[in-house]
Design a protein around this ligand. Structure first.
Ligand code: LLP
Length: 427
C-alpha cells in the first residue's frame, strides 16, 4: 500500500514527498518506511485472525521504539528473541504480558529479566531450558507461562538457512521419537512452569500453504496425545511466522486472511476429530508486516560497463545495509527514482562499496543505459531483515530508518556516526 507516484519532472514521490528531497534531508543510503502501510498490515493481520487469536509481530524483522508503539496501538503483541529486543520492547511501553520470549540459547540473565518483567510467555527450546527456566522461576517465586517449541518435521520450501522444521537443525524439540511428548511430561511436573501450549515455526519466506497445514495438524495431534496421557487440554498453540512477501514481480504471496482461514479450518477440523476444545491460536509474522513497507534509497557512485558481461553499478551502501543477497541469494528489484529516462535498458548488477566481490545488492536487473553517478536508485521491500541485520563492516555507518506519513518524514532510527563507532574502542 505504499503511496508511490511520480511528480511532473518524473521524480518518484513516496507519501507525497520527492525522493530527491528525502535524499537531501536524510542522506543516502537510508531506509524509508511507510508508516500507514505498516499500520494497515498490522490491521489486516488482526482482522484476519479475529479476536480468538493473537498476532505477535516478530521483532527480529525490524524493531525500534517507534515500531513498538505502533504495534501497541494497533493491538498486536510482540515476539522478542534477545535481551536487547526485550529491552527495546519494554522501553517503548509494550505491556510485558503481550511479549513472547524466544531463542534457542537464552542466557540465565535474559531468562531472569524476562520473568522479572512479567513476559506473557517464554518459548522453551530444549530439555535443558525447561529445567533452567523452571529453576529461575522457582527462585523468583513465579509460575512462568511457557510454550514448548516443537519441530514438526516439515520440509519448508525456502532457503536452507531459514527453514526450521526439518530435523537436522538447531531449533525446537522433535515430535519424532516421542521427544516432544517427553518434554511436555517434564514441563508438566515442574512447579515453576505453567505449560500453556505448543509452538511451531517452520521457516521463513514461504508461499506454499501446505507446510503450515501439516504443522497445524501435527501440533493439534500432539495436544490430543497430551490430553490422552495427562488429562490436560493445553489452551494455546502458536504456529509461528514465515509468510513470504514479493521481492520481485515473480513472487506471488498469500494474504493474511488466506493463511488465517487455512489455519483456523485445519485446527477446528482436527480438534473436532479428536474431540478437543479448540485452542487459542497465535501467529508470529515479521517479514509479511514490515518487509514491503520500506525501500532503501542509494546514490549511484560509479557505473562500470564490462564488455559482453554486464554493467556494475556501485552504490553508497551494500552488504552492510542488506546482507540478504550475499547470505541467501535473495532477489531484489531496483529502479531509477530521481528522474525519468527513455534510454534503453541495460543489464546491471548493483553492488556496494565493501571490500569483497560478494558485496551484491541486486544480482541481475535492468536500469536505463544513461544511468550516471549522482542518480538515485531504490530497492523495494527492504523493511525486514535489512536494518536488523545491518553491520559495520569496513566501519560502515548503519543507515537511518525514516518513517514517512501524510507527507511528513521523521527519523525513527538515526544514522550512525563515526563517533558512535569510536566510542566502542577502548584505549
Ligand atoms: N517466529 C519465529 C520463532 C521465528 O524464528 C521467526 C523468524 C519468525 C517468527 C518470523 O518469521 P517471518 O514471518 O519474518 O518470516 N534473516 C532471514 C529470516 C530469518 C527468520 C528467523 N526467524 C531473512 O532475512 O530472510
Amino acid at each position: 500500500a505504499q503511496t508511490v507516484g511520480r511528480n511532473a519532472d518524473g521524480v518518484v514521490t513516496v507519501g507525497g514527498i520527492e525522493v530527491t528531497r528525502l535524499a537531501e534531508e536524510f542522506g543516502t543510503p537510508a531506509y524509508f518506511l511507510d508508516e500507514a502501510d505498516f499500520r494497515a498490515r498490522c490491521h489486516a493481520w488482526r482482522g484476519a485472525f479475529g479476536s480468538d487469536a493473537d498476532v505477535f509481530y516478530a521483532g527480529k524483522a525490524f524493531l525500534s521504539r517507534a515500531v513498538v508503539r505502533w504495534l501497541h496501538e494497533e493491538g498486536l503483541n510482540l515476539d522478542v528473541c534477545s535481551g536487547g529486543e526485550l529491552a527495546t520492547a519494554l522501553a517503548a511501553g509494550m505491556p510485558a504480558d503481550r511479549i513472547a520470549f524466544h531463542g534457542n540459547n537464552k542466557t540465565e540473565d535474559e531468562i531472569q529479566r524476562a520473568i522479572e518483567a512479567g513476559v506473557g510467555r517464554i518459548v522453551l527450546d530444549s530439555f535443558q531450558e525447561i529445567v533452567r527456566v523452571a529453576h529461575i522461576a522457582d527462585r523468583l517465586g513465579v509460575r512462568q507461562r511457557v510454550q514448548i517449541r516443537v519441530t514438526v518435521g516439515v520440509e519448508a520450501h525456502t532457503h536452507e538457512f531459514i527453514a526450521t522444521a526439518h530435523e537436522d537443525q538447531k531449533f525446537g524439540i522433535a515430535l519424532a521419537g516421542g521427544q516432544a511428548a517427553e518434554a511436555v511430561r517434564r514441563a508438566l511436573k515442574l512447579d515453576g512452569l505453567e505449560l500453556i501450549g505448543v509452538h511451531s515455526h517452520i521457516g521463513s519466506q514461504i508461499f506454499d500453504m501446505a507446510g503450515f497445514e501439516v504443522s497445524a495438524r501435527r501440533v493439534v495431534q500432539l495436544l490430543a496425545e497430551i490430553r490422552d496421557e495427562h488429562g490436560v487440554e493445553l489452551p494455546e498453540i502458536d504456529l509461528g511466522g514465515g509468510l513470504g512477501i514479493a521481492y520481485t514481480s515473480e513472487d506471488d504471496p498469500r494474504e493474511p486472511h488466506e493463511i488465517a482461514k487455512a489455519l483456523s479450518e485445519i485446527v477446528t477440523r482436527e480438534c473436532e476429530a479428536a474431540n478437543l476444545r479448540t485452542p487459542r491460536i497465535s501467529v508470529e509474522p515479521g517479514r509479511a508486516i514490515v518487509g514491503p513497507t520500506a525501500f532503501t534509497l542509494y546514490e549511484v557512485g560509479t557505473v562500470k560497463p564490462l564488455e559482453g558481461l554486464r554493467t556494475y553499478v556501485s552504490v553508497d551502501g551494500g552488504m552492510s545495509d542488506n546482507i540478504r543477497t550475499a547470505l541467501y541469494d535473495a532477489e531484489y528489484s531496483v529502479a531509477l527514482v530521481s528522474r525519468e529516462s527513455d534510454a534503453e535498458p541495460m543489464l546491471v548488477r548493483v553492488v556496494g562499496k565493501h571490500c569483497e566481490s560478494g558485496d551484491i545488492v541486486v544480482k541481475d536487473a535492468f536500469l536505463p543505459a544513461d544511468l550516471a553517478p549522482g542518480d538515485l536508485i531504490a530497492v523495494p521491500a527492504t523493511g525486514a531483515y535489512c536494518r536488523s541485520m545491518a553491520s559495520n563492516y569496513n566501519h560502515a555507518l548503519r543507515p537511518p530508518v525514516v518513517a514517512v506519513r501524510d507527507g511528513e518524514a521523521r527519523v525513527i532510527v538515526r544514522r550512525e556516526t563515526e563517533e558512535d563507532l569510536l566510542r566502542l574502542d577502548v584505549g
